[in-house]
Design a protein around this ligand. Structure first.
Ligand code: NAG
Ligand code: NAG
Ligand code: NAG
Ligand code: NAG
Length: 421
């Protein structure tokens, strides 16, 4: 459940920052509009009487040049403030390209980002003449961390710093630059063949624990890592072994019931799980010959390595990143509280449109036990979903009592993507 829930921690901070930036930008916009209007007001209230004044004594036609001179002065002033505004906006949003002339920029970062001319000149098919390496525009905001990340010995061992990379990703610095060093190798002990591997413990030494609070699975299992992973690393005896095959509440749909909802058209063969915890959804689907890619970061736990150790496909990607899949490819998208991307409604909209994009017509979007912290949140999500025109194959709003004895509202739904023309 990394990708998503990790958002609950650091992601919230990022969201707050983003909100702050956007209010600053809004304020600047407002400021610009007000100044422009004030200038206009000034031009009319101050200069209009002047015109009348001069028109009273016949020098008005000559003095019009004076007025137009003042007007053009004002226009120049407006233009230059608008330029300044654009500049400030760029800086706030971090769109300015990374300034490689700054002191303390790692040499490797320059090497990576410098444009390289194509060896054979212009490519006739694409028309490009140089290769441009990509790095997230928001990296500019964390350029010191980025430089630290790019500070290593070329051809040597990388520092054991995957968590530094993830910290950058959580700050919106995605994609990260490539590096020319060897990542720390971790011997994989106790791996089993597939499909036995789906439900077998492997040695804890197979995971990287650097930068994590917990140093073993037992520690992870007593921690509520996020809403979709409480004890989710216990795949031998824990609740994980019942998930999707035995429901605890009417909000828990069973995989076989959902798979039976699509008949014909090949049924459900491939799918995408957003923030899929330790990979149990993908494991249950694998048992039914459905291939699932599980998107997750490693927030507070080695989710990616754990999923991979089960013989499943982890995708190390934050939810702020456009999904690296072509349109209309998946038969199913499964998401739980990973969808909880913070307060700004546009953020969830962008995500929902991306989910819709990768889902094929007739494919299913399974919203699994999404926690609605307020009635507003529930209605906002409901309205958003309804705008997409999905067919509601299942729609359950249920209540659960949490550990503190308070009742919480959850939404589970299976929705079918409609034919759009
Ligand atoms: C027109 O009026 C202005 C303001 O009173 C004065 O300064 C200016 O000399 C006048 N021009 C003529 C041609 O009378
Ligand atoms: C598997 O790992 C869990 C910790 O996640 C541990 O509690 C359990 O005893 C292990 N089971 C086996 C069979 O090794
Ligand atoms: C999955 O595929 C294998 C091999 O094709 C087959 O033997 C098995 O019955 C399939 N399982 C299910 C649940 O369809
Ligand atoms: C040609 C003419 O009359 N120009 C006058 C315009 O008004 C200024 C004062 O604002 C005078 O100085 C100019 O002589």
């Amino acid at each position: 459940m990394g990708a998503v829930s990790l958002k609950i921690g650091d992601g919230t901070a990022r969201f707050k920052r983003a909100t702050m930036y956007s209010s600053a930008v809004n304020f600047l916009m407002l400021f610009s509009v007000i100044t422009t209007n004030l200038f206009a007001l000034y031009a009319f209230t101050y200069h209009t009487p002047t015109i009348h004044h001069y028109s009273n004594n016949n020098s008005y036609p000559k003095n019009i040049s004076l007025i137009s001179e003042k007007v053009s002065l004002i226009l120049r002033e407006i233009e230059s403030s608008q330029k300044k505004l654009t500049q400030m906006e760029k800086q706030l949003l971090g769109y300015e390209s990374i300034d490689l002339s700054r002191p303390n920029i790692a040499i490797e970062l320059k090497q990576f980002l410098n444009h390289h001319l194509l060896p054979l000149g212009k490519d006739s098919r694409t028309g490009i003449t140089e290769m441009v390496a990509s790095v997230g525009h928001s990296c500019e905001k964390s350029v010191d961390l980025l430089s630290e990340f790019m500070n290593y010995k070329v051809n040597g061992l990388c520092p054991d710093d995957w968590s530094l990379g993830q910290k950058l990703i959580l700050r919106g610095c995605e994609p990260l630059p490539r590096r020319r060093c060897f990542a720390k190798a971790i011997p994989k002990l106790g791996f089993q063949s597939f499909p036995i591997s789906l439900w077998k413990n492997v040695s804890e030494k197979s995971f990287s624990w650097s930068g994590l609070g917990c140093k073993n699975l037992a520690c992870l299992n007593i921690k509520k890592l996020n809403r979709d992973c409480a004890g989710c690393f216990d795949i031998v005896k824990g609740y994980e072994t019942q998930k999707y095959v035995k429901g605890r509440s009417k909000n828990d749909f069973l995989i076989d019931d959902v798979l039976a909802m699509v008949v014909g058209g090949g049924g459900i063969r491939i799918g995408f799980d957003i923030g899929g915890g330790s990979g149990t959804f993908a494991a249950r689907m694998a048992e039914r010959n459905v291939t699932i890619v599980t998107a997750t970061l490693n927030v507070d736990a080695p989710f990616n390595e754990f999923i991979a150790s089960r013989g499943l496909f982890p995708l190390y990607l934050s939810l702020d990143h456009r999904f690296p899949f072509q349109d209309n490819v998946f038969d199913l998208v499964h998401a739980a509280n990973g969808l909880d991307v913070g307060g700004r409604s546009e953020k969830l909209e962008f995500l929902m449109f991306d989910i819709d994009r990768v889902l094929r017509t007739g494919g299913l979007f399974w919203l699994d036990n999404f926690y609605c912290s307020s009635d507003d949140k529930k209605s906002a999500l409901t309205r958003l979903i309804e705008r997409f025109g999905y067919k509601k194959l299942k729609w359950v709003v249920g209540e659960k009592v949490n550990g503190a004895g308070k009742s919480e509202v959850y939404l589970s739904a299976v929705l079918q993507k409609p034919v759009r023309v």
